[in-house]
Design a protein around this ligand. Sequence first.
Ligand code: ZN
Length: 304
Amino acid sequence: MRFRRFLFCGLIVFVLNGLAPARAADRIAVVASFSILGDFAKEVAGARADVTTLVGPNGDVHMFTPTPADARKVAAAKVVIVNGLGLEGWLPRLVQASGGHAAIVVASGGVRLHRADGGDSHGAHHGEGSPDPHAWQSVANARIYVANIRDGLIVADPAGEAVYRANAAAYLSKLDALEREVRDAVERIPPERRKVISTHTAFGYFEAAYGVAFIAPQGVSTDSEPSARDIAMTVKQIRNAKIPAIFLENLSDERLIRQIAAESGARVGGTLYSDSLSDEKGDAPTYIAMVRHNIKALTSALAE
Ligand code: ZN
């Protein structure tokens, strides 16, 4: 009797296993180049894939040096998801070195391009006039990224099509809501206050989509500490253009930021996440959390 019950239980476990979405061994290996793409990939793939990233939270995707362990990850991957637009200059060599046969999905495929201005830390990496790679900073573009990732996963793993479509649809509707949130938040900022001084050059797509201007400070470069004359120029610029807030995280000397704020009357904004998510405990562990964090930092700095 006891033996029969044992057998019966075994049978139930077996059946349940057969119905489970995917056992670890069945999951496809997906590698995303950096944390934001990793988040999108996890949303779309759900339990069907093991998603890992090469450049993790708080890492710099522009200045990445792959290790042999990264090459092994890529070699074992069925799909490698990249941003494209020149962001991952280190990637072609890594893929070649890995000797793998992963399908490469370019997440930014089909976005309307914006050109980099150059002349600062980001521009220096990309070169003036080359496409600005930070397309994910517009939520409408994030939708394109997610659709490309969905389609790439379906090609690589056709058996999962229904799952990928359902997961992507659910996430895309969250992005729709997020897009409305951002627009509503910007709408509440008086139009003449929708501008910040910023050393970030990663927000060109955000600016184009939502109408908050990111103006580079005159005189403040990230290469050298600004002189008294540079500071005076920036202060004058802020006063003349009546710019309510400054986001100058790249400036290493916080006293200079405080000085510029005190002399110009501009508010010091908080941290903006551009190229990477935070870790789990941080302010921006997911793309949606990152956009919400940024919009909160901007609206509180620009409120009257
Ligand atoms: Zn960047």
